[in-house]
Design a protein around this ligand. Structure first.
Ligand code: PEP
Ligand code: MG
Length: 615
């Protein structure tokens, strides 16, 4: 187990009905390994592996639109090929027998995206029947599948059904890519199911109902991507980046997902099922033990107070925050307000949501981060309203992101600031700016902030005096190294180690291929955390750490030793982190941090952290 993942388990429902279970037992158990992103064990029937979430709205077109539809079709074919080639390349991680089963299927799909009967037929329908590309794809696939099933000569009925399903499956992929809604329809997801799919966008994760879902497992995705963060926050056990998964699992197959170990077992043998059930029971006991910590103070063994707050990405997490005993919200990610909708939320709607969250915190502070669009967080409403380009930057993580967008779109920024200020009467609030890299950005943002406040006061709104503090995320190496200058402009720092590690190490946080290189314990990342923390402490300015690092109890002695006393994390991590805080002696932490900071090898740092945690 790595130093960055605490183990845990979570109860899951009992698996499929007995008839299915008998059939499953006859099938060979298969274990796939991915990235452990959200701890917990779940047992349940798979859902989603081959579902068709994108609905085809039948649409006729005029002759002038034919060329445009052909271009859309070509783009969707290219995108589908890219997705399949990526899946194909990742199969190299699997044992040879598994590769042998899955690779031919992907090859068949790739072939159908070439000069196949399907693609020729779709082009013909667009050009001659004058229908939109997705209509043409659905109609042509239905025709070909019906012809395969009706054929009397040649293959047996089972292989005809399989071939017809392959045609439908590739058509579904094309339609998903044409309609830009890869996996969004969870309406049919049965209670207690395990969602299995190639990839899950953050906007998709925002639609999941954690009370219905046993676990999530995907082929794609990284440890610290926003999808992973949301799943952890929702307390849903999850394994991402398990190569070959969606091709190896069929809907209804019983699977065991171990989100701490990063494994997905398909068709579990009776012994595997029994072990998983024992783990579920152990989890329930551990949860009960941790619940007792709720009312105890967050202070070190030598009496230093430590602030432990929760990150919130969806209102659905609010009850978890109360259960966890967090002292307020240290990072309210507001992206959820803008996702999965056609138009932007106006000032009044935003103010209402912020007010409800602040009131739910009953006097505990709430740090609201203004919209952090960009990177992997795609938001359709911003595209619909022309605030961001329709296709992503060539390099989205390095493009218009966070504060850069807000300063370019003052109306968007002002509406959000006004909404926060109007809600601020409901309780203590701070405002946080994402992706800051220069002093000029903080000054420009403060100008907008003060202008908005003035306008609201003129309108007769009663605002807190002085205005809520305006702080910044330290999440790029540039910001960390300029922390002393930024500390003169900002009221507080929130160190975001998720992006800080990504930008420092040049490793995409949501990409499974490079997840082994993503390491917040790399000395370069730790030095930047130390530099920014010390700059804030010198100025006696509040500083907290709100990246996923804060959620790992093993890292708490190191972070306390670097001088940090405020952490914000997914709510479910608060009890364990409190346990680690209460066990820590600050002098020991300072000595330990000094030892760690002398190291140059990330592997050695991992070992030191694990040894220290082991006692
Ligand atoms: C971070 O980058 O560490 C952070 C907390 O922000 P987000 O994960 O939302 O990018
Ligand atoms: Mg960030």
């Amino acid at each position: 187990m790595s130093a960055t993942e605490p183990p845990a388990t979570r109860p899951g429902p009992t698996p499929a009905p007995s008839g299915k279970r008998t059939a499953a037992r006859r099938l060979r158990e298969r274990r796939l390994v991915g990235i452990p992103v959200s701890p917990g064990i779940a047992i349940g029937p798979a859902f989603g592996a081959a579902e068709a979430p994108a609905e085809v709205v039948r649409r006729a077109i005029g002759p002038a639109e034919v060329a445009g539809e052909i271009t859309r079709l070509d783009a969707a074919i290219a995108q589908s090929r890219k997705q399949l080639q990526k899946l194909r390349a990742r199969l190299a991680m699997l044992p040879e027998d598994s590769q042998g089963e899955i690779a031919p299927l992907i090859d068949a799909y790739l072939q159908m995206l070439g000069t196949s009967r399907l693609v020729r037929g779709v082009r013909r329908r667009i050009a001659e029947a004058h229908v939109a590309a997705e209509t043409a794809v659905a109609d042509e696939a239905d025709t070909i599948a019906a012809a395969i099933l009706a054929a009397h000569a040649g293959d047996d009925a089972a292989s005809r059904r399989r071939r017809a399903e392959e045609v439908r499956e590739i058509a579904r992929r094309l339609v998903r890519n044409l309609t830009s809604v890869p996996f969004r329809s969870f309406a049919g997801l049965p209670v207690g199911a395990v969602l299995v799919c190639e990839a899950l966008r953050p906007a998709d994760a925002a639609l999941l109902d954690p009370s219905r879902l046993a676990a999530v497992a995907t082929d794609e995705g990284g440890l610290e991507g926003h999808t992973a963060i949301m799943l952890r926050a929702l307390g849903v056990p999850a394994v991402l980046g398990a190569a070959g998964l969606s091709q190896a699992v069929r809907p209804g197959d019983v699977v065991v997902v171990d989100g701490a170990e990063g494994t997905v077992v398909v068709h579990p043998a009776p012994e595997t099922l029994a072990a998983a059930r024992r783990a579920v029971t152990a989890f329930a006991r551990e949860q009960q033990k941790l619940a007792r910590l709720r009312r105890l103070p967050a202070e070190t063994a030598d009496g230093e107070a430590v602030e432990l707050q929760a990150n919130l990405e969806l209102p659905a997490e609010l009850p978890l925050i109360a259960q966890a005993g967090a002292a307020g919200i240290g990072l309210l990610r507001t992206e959820f307000l803008f996702m999965n909708r056609e138009t932007l939320p106006d000032e009044a709607a935003q103010a209402e949501t912020y007010r409800a969250i602040i009131e739910a915190m009953a006097g505990d502070p709430v740090t609201i981060r203004v919209l952090d669009w960009g990177g992997e967080k795609d938001i359709e409403a911003l595209q619909n309203e022309g605030l961001v380009p329709p296709s992503p930057d060539r390099n989205p993580a390095l493009g218009i992101r966070g504060i850069r967008l807000l300063l370019r779109q003052p109306a968007l920024f002002e509406a959000q600031l006004a909404a926060i200020l109007r809600a601020a009467a409901a309780g203590p609030v701070r405002v946080l700016l994402p992706m800051v890299t220069t002093v000029a950005e903080v000054r420009a943002a403060r100008e907008v902030y003060e202008r908005v406040a003035k306008r609201l006061r003129r309108r007769g709104e009663k605002l807190p005096e002085p205005l809520p503090q305006l702080g910044i995320m330290i999440e790029t190496p540039g910001a960390a190294l300029a922390a002393d200058a930024l500390a003169l402009e900002a009221d507080f720092f929130a160190i975001g180690t998720n992006d800080l590690a990504m930008y420092t190490l040049a490793v995409d946080r949501g990409e499974s291929e490079v997840s082994h290189l993503y390491d917040p314990l790399h000395p370069a990342v730790l030095r930047l955390v130390q530099f920014a923390t010390e700059a804030a402490l010198r100025m006696r300015m509040p500083v907290s750490l709100c990246g996923e690092m804060a959620a790992n109890p093993r890292l708490i002695p190191l972070l306390l030793g670097l001088g940090l006393r405020s952490f914000s994390m997914n709510a479910s991590a608060v009890p364990r982190v409190k346990q680690a805080v209460r066990a820590a002696q600050t002098d020991d932490c300072v000595r330990f941090a000094r030892r760690v900071m002398e190291q140059s090898d990330p592997q050695r740092i991992q070992e030191l952290v694990l040894d220290n945690a082991a006692g």
